[in-house]
Write a protein that binds this ligand. Structure first.
Ligand SMILES: *Cc1c(COP(=O)(O)O)cnc(C)c1O
Length: 456
C-alpha cells in the first residue's frame, strides 16, 4: 500500500510533464497485462509494482489540467484521499448497521448537496455510480408515482398491461436517458422526440402542443441543465409550469450543468429548477470527486422509497437512521459518500462557486484563443464550461475532415486532449473544462499546442 501511495503521488506530481494522451497501443497493453491466469499467487507488492509498470503509457492524463474531451472532472486531493480510505475501511454501505459512519456521511453530504444545488429541502436522494444510474433511479420513482395515481402498483404488477407513460424530450438529450428508459421497461419508442431551437432548448409552444395531443396520459417531461455539446439550459420557469398543468413528472438531466446553481454568477441558468420532480447529476464531473459518483434527487420521497426499498430476513434495519438500500438500486455497495463529503468540505460553498467560475472562464479563454488562430472558427462561445470550435479546410472542401485531422494532431502532441462531435451537421471540436487543476498556464500551453497542430 505504501508503494501504491508512492506511485499515485508520483503520477499526480508529474501530470504536467507527461503526455496527456496514451503513448502505447492496446496490443502492447494486452501483451503486457494478458498473462495466463496463474495457479499460484504472487506477493502483493509485486502485483502492484508490475501493475504500475504494465499500464505505463496506457493511462490517459484526464486527471491533469489539459484534458478537455467528453465531460470529465479531475479529483480533488481530499476526495482522492477519502477514496483511498473508503477502500481501506471497506464498509458495505448498504445499511446503517453495516457501516454507521458511511450511512451518516451520506445523510450529511446529501443535505449539503441539496443546499448547494438549490434543491427542495425535503427531497430524497441517492448516491449512485453516475448520472446514468441517477436517471434510472429518478425515472423508477417517476414510474411508481405516475402509475400509483392510476391504481397500478408497478413494483408488483410490472409494466406489462400498465397504463402507457408518455416520455417527452428534446432531441438533444444525452443517450444515458435512453438507456435508463430501456432498463425500466418503457422502451425507447415511448420517447417522443421534440425539436429544440437553434440554441438547443425546448420551445414552450412545442412542449405545450405535444402535451395537449394526449393530455390524459401519464407523462414524464425530460429537461436539460447543461446539454453535452454547448451546455444549453432549458427554460425551467416556462416549461415546468406547462408540464405541471398536465400533471407530468419533470426530470432534469443536470450531469454537470446543475452545478451552475452553486455559483452566484451562473445561478440564473437554472432559475426555476427547484420546481422539477427529480434531478440527476454527477460528483465525478464538476465537483471533482473520483469516479464512480453520481447523485439522484427526488421531490417525492415516498415514491422514491417505494420504487427502491427492499427487505430481507437477514437485514437489520433501524427506523431512526437512513439505510441507503431504501434509496438506491444497489445492494452491497461502496461507501462513496466519503469522497463527496471530503470534496465539499475542502471547497466549501465559495470554493465550489470559484471552481465553476474558473472552469467557465478557462473554457471561454481557450475557445477565444483558438478562435484567433488562422483557419479556426468558433462555433459556440461557452456560456458555462462547454464550447465548440472547428478547423477550416484551406481548399474550402472538407471542413469536417480537416477538423477531425486537427483534433487527432493535437491529441498526438500529448500537450492537450480534445474530442470531436457532430453539431448542427458539422464536425466540431469540443472544449469542456471541468478540472480544478486547469490553470492559466494550462490554457496558454493548450492554445499553443492547438496553434502548432493546426498550422501543419
Ligand atoms: C456525462 C453525462 C451523462 C451520463 O453521466 P455518467 O456519469 O457518465 O453516467 C448524462 N447526461 C449528461 C448531460 C452528461 O454530460
Amino acid at each position: 500500500m505504501e508503494a501504491a501511495a508512492r506511485h499515485a503521488l508520483n503520477f499526480i506530481d508529474t501530470l504536467n510533464e507527461t503526455p496527456v494522451a496514451a503513448t502505447v497501443d492496446h496490443s502492447l497493453l494486452r501483451q503486457r497485462l494478458g498473462r495466463a491466469l496463474a495457479d499460484d499467487g504472487v506477493p502483493a507488492e509485486q502485483v502492484i509494482e508490475e501493475l504500475v509498470a504494465d499500464v505505463d503509457g496506457g493511462i490517459i492524463g484526464s486527471a491533469g489540467g489539459r484534458f478537455f474531451a467528453w465531460v470529465m472532472g479531475g479529483a480533488l486531493p481530499s476526495a482522492i484521499a477519502a477514496d483511498w480510505l473508503t477502500a481501506a475501511w471497506d464498509q458495505n454501505a448498504a445499511m446503517c448497521s453495516s457501516g454507521p459512519a458511511a450511512a451518516v456521511v451520506e445523510e450529511v453530504a446529501g443535505e449539503w448537496l441539496k443546499q448547494i444545488l438549490g434543491l427542495p429541502r425535503r427531497s430524497s436522494f441517492a448516491f449512485v455510480t453516475g448520472c446514468q444510474m441517477a436517471h434510472a433511479t429518478c425515472l423508477a420513482a417517476a414510474r411508481h408515482f405516475l402509475l400509483a395515481r392510476r391504481d397500478w402498483n408497478v413494483e408488483e404488477q410490472g409494466m406489462s398491461g400498465a397504463p402507457a407513460i408518455r416520455i417527452l424530450s428534446g432531441d438533444q438529450r444525452h443517450a444515458s436517458i435512453d438507456r435508463a428508459v430501456r432498463l425500466l421497461g418503457f422502451g425507447t419508442e415511448s420517447i417522443e422526440r421534440l425539436p429544440t431551437d437553434s440554441d438547443g432548448r425546448l420551445p414552450a409552444d412545442v412542449l405545450a402542443a405535444a402535451l395537449e395531443k394526449n393530455s390524459s396520459a401519464p407523462a414524464i417531461v425530460l429537461l436539460q441543465a447543461g446539454e453535452i455539446n454547448i451546455g444549453a439550459y432549458d427554460s425551467f420557469t416556462t416549461l415546468i409550469p406547462i408540464a405541471r398543468r398536465h400533471q407530468a413528472w419533470v426530470h432534469v438531466d443536470g450531469a454537470f450543468g446543475l452545478w451552475a446553481a452553486a455559483s452566484p454568477r451562473f445561478r440564473h441558468c437554472v432559475e426555476g429548477i427547484e420546481l422539477a420532480d427529480s434531478w440527476a447529476t454527477d460528483g465525478h464531473k464538476w465537483l471533482n470527486v473520483p469516479f464512480d459518483s453520481g447523485y439522484a434527487f427526488i421531490a417525492h420521497p415516498e415514491a422514491h422509497r417505494a420504487s427502491m426499498s427492499i427487505r430481507a430476513a437477514y437485514l437489520k434495519h433501524d427506523p431512526t437512521v437512513r439505510d441507503q438500500i431504501d434509496w438506491n438500486p444497489d445492494w452491497s455497495r461502496r461507501a462513496r459518500g466519503f469522497s463527496t463529503y471530503a470534496a465539499l468540505r475542502e471547497l466549501g460553498r465559495s470554493g465550489v462557486a470559484a471552481l465553476i467560475d474558473r472552469c467557465s472562464d478557462h473554457a471561454r479563454e481557450i475557445v477565444a484563443g483558438i478562435g484567433r488562430l488562422p483557419g479556426a472558427e468558433v462555433l459556440w462561445e461557452p456560456v458555462i464550461n462547454q464550447g465548440l470550435v472547428r478547423f477550416l479546410d484551406r481548399a474550402g472542401r472538407d471542413h469536417d475532415r480537416r477538423t477531425d485531422e486537427v483534433i487527432a494532431a493535437i491529441v498526438n502532441t500529448g500537450e492537450a486532449f480534445f474530442g470531436g462531435t457532430t453539431w448542427r451537421g458539422m464536425r466540431a471540436m469540443r472544449v469542456s473544462v471541468c478540472n480544478w487543476r486547469t490553470s492559466e498556464e494550462d490554457v496558454r500551453r493548450t492554445i499553443d499546442a492547438v496553434s502548432k497542430a493546426s498550422s501543419l
